[in-house]
Design a protein around this ligand. Structure first.
Ligand code: FAD
Length: 577
């Protein structure tokens, strides 16, 4: 076995957003750091790269005051999130977004909904299917890798870490395969950022679903649980592992790449009902799609599931998502069954007609009689329930799709891995989808994968820097609190802060908007006198009127252009402090 005695301060397992944020932050804080990534080259697959690129905390703008964000996390998780982690995330979110901007990661406001305030730019296209190449998150990952290397970090591809090395209860390195050969890497600290265990058949079947193949992999398929296993092997505590972040998608995804990862069928399923191959409802549709995906995944005695709805739902909630099922699913070749009676629909679905009829009758009567909670399978109304009666009746064969696992390694607010007694394991950190403690719980609560990964990557790097005696300060616009020893001394990052105005990245537009009024007056005067001069000796009242009108027209055109730029800016470019 080749021994590589390295003086690294930090060894990072995995180059997703958690690992890269930690890597870049450590390098700029003056640490020697290496990232081990099992992917083959700079275009390696990972969930971060293939994501939608939206940074939110429980669907709220991460730049909100931190107490509001804590409340939002507590609401979606029904207080199941670990308070110290919820607080660390809420305080760090705003800083992460600013930090990413300062590292030239581009954002835009995707639409007017608060959750979409910070979308990595450019965004994916508004169509069904796979569309992540050269989009915001893909560009961001490549950029962070280059930034990491520029700052002196080393990234080693084709390196899969499988074990940790411990010495006197302290983690001092890791072992694994590099280009298929065994290798050992030593470092003062190790950060596990391998992205979860969603693609490990044994673990998924042990904790999440009885049948791995019934759960569609809605991501890069790189999260194989190595981090969880190696952490457990050295005594790390883990949270409950049974919940995942995912959605309902059209079952055709198993053979048609055009219908995943979007559109999700969540909006149709939650406004209507979900039935199994016996025509019976199986879970509370009124929660949300993530919850439904989890509930369906747990079932072992049904093989097929359908979202059942009607024309009203199709034309209402069906069009509501960012990438809506109506009309994109059908355009992408996804199956939608339509029928003018319940019998016909049941026939097309291949489910018993009497049972589907009974299910729909009971459900519709419960809505009209206001007795939804008393249904045998409870139906809450976090999402509005619609009667299913307007023809055509419709159904989509669906399957649960897993994006990443929400339970994982227990950490504290500095991303240090905890043992069963709640003590930090020396030298061992974890961040991102491999960790638990915020998301999941009985409601399968989703708080935000990218922001969680980035924030704890940042916090891990800062904790290692602190332990290494680096002194620095952090300022957070949504809080007066800090989370460690952070005195300012010699940190390039804080010195180099560029005041980012929304248009400052586009100097000509910025100039036009800033001096728009003066430019419009100057141009108007210029046009006015030009017309007069051109009129020359024929100067008469008509020439003066034409000059005035041309001047006014010039003024209107320039002012409209400026307003248009401002409008586009307000729509697309997110606020900065
Ligand atoms: C389609 C899709 C859309 C999404 N949209 C959003 C969104 O809009 N907003 C949001 O907040 N979240 C979104 N997410 C979730 C988000 O992408 C993840 O939560 C987040 O990227 C996890 O980051 P990570 O760094 O922990 O893991 P990853 O990005 O998965 O990175 C883990 C890395 O570790 C490497 N690795 C794994 N095992 C090893 C090993 N043993 N040794 C070495 N390397 C290893 C992998 O190759 C990978 O590169 C989306 C995900 C998907 C798939």
């Amino acid at each position: 076995m080749k021994k590589n005695l390295s003086p690294n301060h930090l060894l990072i397992v995995g180059g997703g957003i958690a690992g890269l944020v930690a890597g870049v932050r450590s390098a700029e804080l003056g640490l020697r750091v290496i990232i081990l990534e099992k992917g083959e080259d700079i275009n390696y697959p990972c969930n971060s790269r293939q994501s939608g690129g939206i940074l939110h905390i429980a669907f709220h703008n991460p730049k909100r005051p931190f107490q509001e964000l804590i409340n939002a996390i507590n609401t979606v998780t029904e207080n199941e999130a670990k308070p110290e982690l919820a607080k660390a995330l809420s305080i760090t979110g705003t800083r992460l977004v600013t930090w990413l901007q300062e590292h030239e990661i581009k954002f835009m406001k995707f639409n007017q909904q608060e959750a979409y305030s910070w979308c990595m730019a450019p965004p994916r296209a508004l169509r069904a299917g796979i569309d992540w190449k050269n989009k915001g998150p893909d560009i961001a990952i490549r950029h962070l890798v280059n930034e990491f290397i520029r700052l002196g970090g080393i990234i080693q591809f084709k390196s899969r870490v499988t074990d940790l090395i411990m010495q006197e209860n302290k983690c001092i390195g890791a072992e694994g395969l590099c280009e298929e050969k065994s290798q050992t890497w030593f470092a003062k600290n190790v950060l596990i950022a391998d992205g979860g265990f969603q693609s490990n058949k044994v673990l998924v079947e042990r904790y999440i679903t009885p049948n791995f193949n019934n759960l569609f992999q809605r991501g890069a398929r790189t999260g194989c649980g190595d981090g969880l296993l190696m952490a457990k092997a050295v005594g790390a505590a883990v949270t409950s592992l049974d919940r995942f972040y995912g959605h309902l998608i059209c079952e055709d995804a198993k053979s048609n790449d055009n219908v995943w990862p979007y559109p999700e069928i969540d909006a149709l399923a939650t406004a209507g009902i979900v039935v199994n191959d016996s025509g019976c409802r199986i879970a509370d549709e009124g929660q949300n799609g993530v919850f439904l995906a989890n509930e369906i995944a747990k079932l072992s005695n049904s093989k097929k599931f359908f979202a059942v709805f009607d024309q009203t739902i199709w034309e209402g909630p069906g069009t509501s998502a960012r990438i809506p099922a109506n009309p994109l699913l059908e355009q992408a070749g996804g199956t939608i069954l339509r029928a003018n009676s319940v019998n016909e629909l049941a026939f097309k679905m291949g489910v018993p007609s009497e049972m589907l009829t009974q299910t729909l009758q009971e459900y519709n009567s419960a809505i009209s009689g206001n007795t939804l909670p008393s249904l045998k399978i409870f139906r809450s109304e976090k999402v509005k329930a619609y009667e299913i009666c307007n023809l055509p009746l419709m159904a989509i064969p669906i399957c649960p799709a897993i994006t990443y696992t929400m339970g994982g390694i227990e950490i504290n607010c500095d991303a240090q891995v905890l043992d069963e007694k709640g003590n930090a394991i020396l030298g061992l950190f974890a961040a991102g989808a491999t960790t638990g403690g915020i998301e999941g719980g009985k409601n399968s609560a989703y708080v935000g994968g990218l922001i969680k990964s980035g924030c704890f990557g940042l916090l891990a790097a800062e904790k290692v820097a602190t332990l290494e005696g680096k002194k620095f300060t952090i300022t957070s616009s949504n809080s007066t609190e800090t989370t460690g020893i952070r005195e300012f001394e010699n940190i390039k990052y804080t010195k180099n802060i560029k005041k980012i105005h929304r248009l400052s990245r586009f100097p000509y537009l910025f100039f036009l908007v800033r001096y728009g009024k003066s430019i419009s007056y100057l141009t108007t005067s210029f046009v006015f006198f030009l017309v007069l001069i051109l009129a020359g000796s024929n100067l008469n009242w008509l020439a003066i009127i034409i000059a005035i009108l041309t001047g006014i027209l010039t003024q209107i055109v320039i002012r409209s252009c400026i307003e248009m730029i401002v409008m586009v800016t307000e729509l697309l470019l997110p606020e900065t402090e």
